[in-house]
Design a binder for this molecule. Structure first.
Ligand code: NOJ
Ligand code: CA
Length: 525
């Protein structure tokens, strides 16, 4: 039996960017409620909401100032309740970000901690008199931070932070912090949320002499959370954000007693590598290094998300190659990644965008789509940090793209309207009306994937190793998936019998001809 999350289609939403209901120029929860039918239409099963909590937004909400409330711009707790009810009424699920590792420096805990050495909240954070401790821990936000320690004038000590200096790490050695996080989870689970995307989980504990990632103490605490969730809220899920190699990420599944799901970070850059090289080698390589996972668990796979396309899980040589191919201009790069959206990365070539998604849908894992990528939205490189991939969702043509009733200059960011990614084409209304649009073809592909149970569980990938290396051709159960990574027509000699393409319905025998960047999912008739 497969669990609901093992074959769900996930869809990632930035609450600020999706739909503005009250005309203040920024998206909100009531706006999102208005668009739930759209998500149903696309075939989404579960929404992942980026942080919705009060925050000074120095890291766009990943710097939480209050765990028990909604950012006023996004709405109220009542709106959140309604969102959950309305989603569930449509058979949709909602998970939200759970940021365990750190808070905002504006959080009352940190304010109290820095003001008084004897405050009970002092021990909620990690302090030091020198900046020398835990020297083996890497700096993640390389372009902005020089050290994981920052001096706090008021506290008279250094505090530890794995991300921006405005995000002090919590001290998980303190049982009160451990307990506080269970209370946070309890609060949102009681409101009916279906689970959490747990942010930055490798970094919860620190230990001298280690790189402070994936420590046994961290796993022990995460297992405790899971036990507690199973006991009180069975059926709700935990999804791990651990940007690690497969072997390290595998540990976050435990024996099926830690996370239900985890992102598969290293497969993502290799999807892009395979598409650019026009051969399957990189995909074969990473899947061969991907261990099996417990029965009730699942990988989450993705092409893009709200962050830079991270190149942490590739070799130095691969990174340089990926940068050269996919981020030729320096401003396209950020930290160890590429701050561009899917469609611009693939030169707006609908064939390639569909092919990338077809691979995502047919390789193991439950796919996550990033809002706007289903209509091939462009990005805005003039915006700083990762904001260029967080611009308003484009619902229709016109100055505010149907996102808001505000005046265009009041929008928190402008819709994308460039010669390569014109708003007139890159909007939901226009694409709905065109049967051949990216939106409609992707929607159809999602529907097909839902029917094909061979793609839903842990069926391993069995490559057709003697096929042309420009083809990503593999078995998953009874399904024979064939993807042409090259800009050339290729053919494949089929195993004996009559075959039918589950996508187009076309029947074929003996030799399959695959157009440039084309793909087929074949079943025996
Ligand atoms: C990972 C999130 O995806 C990213 O957006 C954020 O900046 C860091 N974690 C810190 O919370
Ligand atoms: Ca609004």
């Amino acid at each position: 039996m497969t669990e609901w999350y093992q074959n769900a289609i996930f869809y990632e939403i930035h609450p600020r960017a999706f739909c503005d209901s009250n005309g203040d120029g920024a998206g909100d929860l009531p706006g999102l409620i208005e668009k739930l039918d759209y998500l149903k239409e696309l075939g989404v099963d579960c929404v992942w909401l980026l942080p919705i909590y009060p925050s000074p937004r120095r890291d766009d909400g990943y710097d939480i100032a209050d765990y028990f409330s909604i950012h006023p711009e996004y709405g109220t707790l009542e709106d959140f309740r309604r969102l959950v009810t309305e989603a569930h009424r449509r058979g949709l699920r909602i998970i939200a970000d759970l940021v365990l590792n750190h808070v905002s420096d504006q959080h009352p805990w940190f304010q109290a901690a820095r003001a008084d050495r004897h405050s009970p909240y002092r021990e909620y954070f990690v302090w030091s008199d020198t900046a020398e401790r835990y020297a083996e821990a890497r700096v993640i936000f390389l372009d902005t931070e020089r050290s994981n320690w920052s001096w706090d004038e008021q506290a008279g000590q250094y505090y530890w932070h794995r991300f921006y200096a405005s995000q002090p790490d919590l001290n998980f050695d303190n049982p009160k912090v451990q307990q506080a996080m269970l209370e946070v989870m309890d609060f949102w689970l009681k409101l009916g949320i279906d689970g959490f995307r747990a942010d930055a989980v490798p970094y919860l504990f620190e230990r001298e002499g280690t790189n402070c990632e994936n420590l046994p103490e961290t796993h022990a605490y995460l297992k405790k959370i899971r036990r507690w969730m199973d006991e009180h809220y069975p059926g709700r899920i935990l999804l791990a954000e651990a940007n690690q190699w497969p072997q390290e990420t595998r540990a976050y599944f435990g024996d099926g007693d830690e996370f239900h799901m985890a992102f598969h970070f290293p497969v993502m850059p290799r999807l892009f590598k395979a598409l650019c090289e026009g051969r399957r080698t990189a995909l074969e390589w990473i899947l061969a290094r991907t261990p099996e996972i417990p029965e009730a668990c699942q990988w989450c796979t993705f092409l893009r998300n709200h962050d830079e396309l991270t190149l942490e899980m590739v070799t130095e040589e691969e990174r340089q190659w990926m940068w050269a191919e996919y981020a030729p201009q320096p401003r396209m790069r950020l930290n160890l990644g590429i701050r561009r959206r899917l469609a611009p990365l693939l030169n707006g070539d609908t064939r390639k965008i569909l092919l990338a998604n077809a691979l995502l849908f047919s390789l193991p894992g439950a796919p996550i789509l990033y809002y706007g990528d289903e209509i091939g939205m462009g990005d805005d490189l003039t915006l700083p940090d990762r904001n260029g991939v967080r611009t308003p969702m484009q619902w229709q043509a016109g100055p505010t793209a149907g996102f808001s009733a505000a005046r265009p200059e009041q929008l928190y960011a402008q819709p994308i309207d460039t010669p390569d990614f014109p708003l007139a084409r890159c909007n939901v209304a226009a694409q709905r009306a065109d049967p051949q649009s990216l939106f409609n073809r992707l929607r159809a592909l999602i529907a097909v994937r839902k029917r094909l149970t061979d793609l839903h569980g842990h069926e391993p990938v069995r490559w057709l190793t003697d096929s042309d290396e420009r083809l990503a051709a593999f078995w998953r159960g009874q399904l024979l998936a064939v993807h042409n990574l090259a800009d050339a027509q290729l053919s494949l000699r089929l195993p004996p019998g009559d075959w039918q393409d589950a996508i187009s319905g076309v029947q074929v025998r003996d030799v399959l001809t695959i157009p440039p960047f084309g793909f087929f999912w074949l079943l025996r008739l």
